[in-house]
Design a protein around this ligand. Structure first.
Ligand code: OGA
Ligand code: MN
Length: 292
């Protein structure tokens, strides 16, 4: 069966059918997916009822997987393999987390626009998220195209931004939702990391804004000025015309390129189960090294 790629949105995102991700793929299929993600930034694979093992195997065709860093409380017991990020509202016994559960509150940070692991020196290249259980409504994931956002900036702004280096940490993004319940040890681990603000996306050769709610400082700039500029850019980059909203069906697997997109989760009724499993392909080099 040939791979079929159909656009889902005027500027990016496509649906991919004619491939079974549970099986070991031939190199031509992997190449076709690689080319599709280079062009579209977000790929939706419907009807993939995949296990964690199969999802890890498919993800590894694109590079090394991140392990999930759990900086949460010491009694946190993971439900899934260390290479699978638990994006559910469940605890280790598959019970829905309480409203005041620290992990749930921290997880609300996913509702802010971000690029995965931009708070790590080597951020994420691809994320692959599969829907195992979904609520009856809400809980969509939105994506924004950072290449289209870059293209639409005035030339004067492009010239001002090119070459700037930001500092990213989860302390910045969580502070935005007043989540500040960190131990001193956690704060040390979460020290800010540098990320370039403008990247050239290797897959397409296009320039892209590298934004994330984890960004809070710009080197060489006063903090209020940096914050205001980042807020303006976030607003610009997440305008309707650059945003694709994915409404989940169980069995969907969505793969996105964190180098040229941002994403966020949307609200849902948290008395219902939302069980999503994410694998994450690491991006090889720090962005400041990649740019040099
Ligand atoms: C993620 C994420 C959003 C969502 O898995 O990285 O941000 O809709 N998920 O769950
Ligand atoms: Mn994310």
């Amino acid at each position: 069966m040939p791979i079929v790629v159909e656009p889902l949105h005027p500027v990016f995102a496509a649906q991919v059918t004619g491939v079974d991700l549970r099986e070991s793929l031939d190199q031509p299929d992997v190449t076709a997916i690689d080319e599709a993600i280079s062009r579209f930034g977000v790929l939706v694979f419907p009807g993939q009822f995949i296990t964690d093992e199969q999802q890890m195997a498919f993800s590894r065709r694109f590079g090394d997987l991140e392990t999930t860093v759990k900086i949460y409380r010491k009694d946190y017991v993971p439900r899934l393999d260390p290479h699978v990020s638990d994006v559910s509202n469940l605890d280790k016994d598959s019970q829905i987390r309480r409203k005041d559960d620290r992990l749930r509150l921290n997880g609300l940070g996913n509702r802010l626009w971000h690029s995965d692991s931009s708070f790590k020196r080597v951020p994420a290249r691809f994320s692959l998220l599969s829907a195992r259980a979904i609520p009856s409504e809400g809980g969509e994931t939105q994506f924004a195209d950072m290449r289209a956002a870059w293209d639409a900036l005035p030339e004067r702004m492009k010239a001002r931004l090119d070459g700037l280096i930001c500092e990213h940490t989860q302390l910045f993004s969580r502070a935005k939702i007043a989540f500040t319940d960190w131990s001193e040890e956690e704060r040390v681990k979460m020290a800010p990391v540098p990320q370039v603000l403008v990247r050239t996306h290797p897959g397409s050769g296009r320039k892209s804004l590298f934004l994330s709610s984890h960004a809070g400082l710009i080197r060489g700039m006063e903090e209020p000025e940096a914050r205001v500029l980042l807020m303006d850019l976030m607003e610009h980059a997440t305008q309707r015309e650059f945003v694709y909203t994915h409404r989940w069906t169980v069995g969907d697997l969505v793969m996105w390129d964190n180098r040229c997109t941002m994403h966020r989760a949307r609200e849902y009724d948290e008395t219902q189960v939302r069980d999503m499993h994410r694998t994450t392909v690491s991006d090889g080099l720090p962005t400041v090294a990649e740019a040099a």
